[in-house]
Design a protein around this ligand. Sequence first.
Ligand SMILES: Cc1cc2nc3c(=O)[nH]c(=O)nc-3n(C[C@H](O)[C@H](O)[C@H](O)COP(=O)(O)OP(=O)(O)OC[C@H]3O[C@@H](n4cnc5c(N)ncnc54)[C@H](O)[C@@H]3O)c2cc1C
Length: 478
Amino acid sequence: MGLRTPDQYRAGLRDSRLVYFGGERVKDVTAHPALSLAVEHGVTVFRYAQESPSLFTYAAEDGERCSAYFKIPRNAQDLLDRAALIEETTRRCRSTFNIIKAVGTDALAALLVVAARMDRALGTSHLDRVRAYHRHCAAGDLSMALAQTDVKGDRSLRPHEQPNPDAYVRIVERRAEGIVVRGAKAHTTMAPVVDEIIVIPTRAMGPADSDYAVAFAVRPDTPGVKMVCRTIGDRERSEFDAPISRRNVEIESLTLFEDVLVPWERVFLAGEWEWAGALATTFAQFHRFTGVAYKPPIGDLFVGCAQLVAEWNGVAEASHVREKITRLIQYTETIRACGKAATLDCRVVEGLALPDPVFTNVAKYHFASQFHEAVRLLQDLAGGFAITAPSERDYRNPEVRAELDRYLAGARGVPAEHRLRLFHLIRDLTASDFGGYNLVVTLHGEGSLQTQLLTTYREYDLERPKRLVRAILGIPDV
Ligand SMILES: Cc1cc2nc3c(=O)[nH]c(=O)nc-3n(C[C@H](O)[C@H](O)[C@H](O)COP(=O)(O)OP(=O)(O)OC[C@H]3O[C@@H](n4cnc5c(N)ncnc54)[C@H](O)[C@@H]3O)c2cc1C
């Protein structure tokens, strides 16, 4: 089929999917006042493939041009190209991540690696199914969501110990034609506005959890699938007042699976509990690398906003201002540097290049744990107008326009309108409903902080520094 147009993507979403928003069933996500924002955000990925094919597409093995997201990374250069693709998509989307091809292909990469290893160990034939599904998605130019995070109930209990047996998605029946699954996945980004939902386990499982060791893919209109969306705030604001969140937002849903029949060709793990953990962590490794690639554009926006607001307030030469802007530069470039290091130190496993886990997790932890500090620095430099600047409507009102132009003009004749637009951008990024979303998604997206600390410690080669100490102490290696 090849590449789809934005209209073909929109048309593909008009089906019988069960989506709920603000207490009501949504008949057509493309026509809904809030969800259409997320649809149009998704559209951009299809538009870019048409506008800039050299960056956003590649020639598949059969010669057909496909979205570059589907290119399987084989070496460090492929990972660098993928990072550049994700960063450029995010930059064009005004710093909002666009997940609809990225997260699904992260999951497909993890499934390719784990299915190959599992088939060899168990004599199963999952790899052929994963490859066929990868071809299906690439050839159809499909958009995908990834549902990994279970609702989890009591976090101290394993899946089979939960009072609610459906706190983790599980297999409730095995039939000749497929498996029947039940449960709920939380925070599934863009599920209501994609063509496919891929489901994988959220954690390692034990033998008693084997029904919970399940991975599969469904279309969102499959009977039994329901999606309950989060709200999207600030929708009454203009693009002047909300320059990012009026155009580029993602939507999350609580994604319910009420006895959903999944045919075998779409099942990638069904009871092989020993492989649930490997699938969860291999996905996390690819997806955190994606996280590291999509963060620098928001850092760039922070640096740009900080420098411009300082210049337009006439304080750019002050030493404390320069120091704060320098810290924002350090924040951003540390993420970029670790991302590059993760590609250069990649490991090839089952023919796929996996980004280095230590650099990837160090970068992810850095951007997540320091983001609130970056927000603080920018808000400090912006001053109170970041939240009290008059709206576009007041600025356009002739009864106050002349005063606003006179009193809100900046240093060296910077017009009031420029400053107002900048303050609204800073508000949108850091102090709006969307700004609050940014704070939380940066902390928890791609896994909470603790998971990056655990992975870094587990993957780090501690023998190397231990050898160094032993050499200095003159104590031989054992
Ligand atoms: C905006 C947004 C988009 C997201 N998109 C997706 C998506 O597309 N697909 C997807 O699958 N997921 C998605 N996520 C989920 C994200 O990966 C999770 O939010 C994250 O893994 C944390 O899980 P949780 O939200 O259930 O929080 P919790 O697991 O409840 O974590 C809260 C705190 O409890 C701690 N904790 C949890 N369990 C334990 C334990 N057993 N022992 C000790 N401490 C524990 C955590 O470390 C954390 O500090 C998204 C999240 C957000 C916020």
